[in-house]
Design a protein around this ligand. Sequence first.
Ligand code: F2R
Ligand code: MG
Ligand code: MG
Length: 349
Amino acid sequence: GPVSTLSRFRGALVGAVLGDCVGGEFEGAEDVPLDRVLQHLSGLEDDTRGDGILQYSDDTAMMRCVAHSLLTRTGFDEQDMARRFAKEYNLAPGRGYGSGVIQVLRKLASPQLSDVFQPARAQFGGRGSFGNGGAMRAAPFALAFRNAADVQQYSRLGAMLTHSCSLGYNGAVLQALAVHLSLQGALALPEEFINRLISEMEEVEREETAQHDAKALNLAEFPYCTRLHRVKELVERGSVSIEEVISELGNGIAALQSVPTAIFCVLHCLEPREGLPERYGGLERTIAYSLALGGDTDTIACMAGAIAGAHYGIEAIPQSWQKSCEGVEEADQLAERLYKLYCLTQLEE
Ligand code: F2R
Ligand code: MG
Ligand code: MG
């Protein structure tokens, strides 16, 4: 039957947490045989296993901060969000944060700091981070704002608290837009879905800073659009090897090497795929496939999980998987609260 909007909201945040928790096992691994992925996932179905819960990492820790901030402030408040990032890091610094972002999080804790965007601008010799840390926590922006322009504006600002390089914050914009479209059921027409992302990103990447950063990093013009065109080609081809996906799209810690990849995982797994169990639904296929790419598996699965969860809804996520992951219940509650806020803003319009 049709997937309700509430179910999509819950699927988006729970899917993200699940991808992070389940993907943590293989983060940084170069070769991840599908057998190992399926073994890891079937372990989740076995409740006699008794080796406890899979813990979430920085991806979820920061996404929770974004959701809490948007809810508490009923919108984007950079001071509040920055304070929450700093506090969360201080409470649990061992969640596997990027080695650069730690410096930003420490500076954000200072009560003397007046410009909360300044620490991010000082990163990497003033060039700013192009890591995927802004993108990995971007999903709640798509649940908090109704129209694409707001989703874009605030996901960008939210990412800029830690990532001032346009490759970093534009990755967050792309991820938030993908979740936004998926929440509206846009993945029912996959080709239109990718075309819409390309045309939105053409506007985004036309900006002077984006043009400048692409040149400075020796990248082609319109780097995200270029990758999205590759996503489209690979999806159209249908049969494609893991090696090709990695060489065409990447599986790394840079946003450019992981956000388009996550989008590809979702599109590729809309249909059953060889090597993946027939009993798997689309959400399970997407997570399994994301893990099999290796590299930044927790983050790619987290981003793909959010987009896929928004498409298939919460009912598509196995209970046993949900029970195996830390933070799922809270993510579910946050999604429900964001849904209520979303309904209220409709009344205001
Ligand atoms: N950090 C990790 N995984 C590796 C170690 C964790 C492992 N579990 C362990 O404890 O052993 N994962 C998490 O980091 C990624 C998100 O990173 P974020 O928030 O973008 O951090 P940062 O530090 O800003 O960027 C990440 C790295 O990218 C390189 N980089 C970024 N901008 C650069 C620039 N302008 N010039 C040169 N290099 C740049 C640096 O190597 C950064 O350290 C997620 O995967 C999350 O799961
Ligand atoms: Mg992580
Ligand atoms: Mg990661």
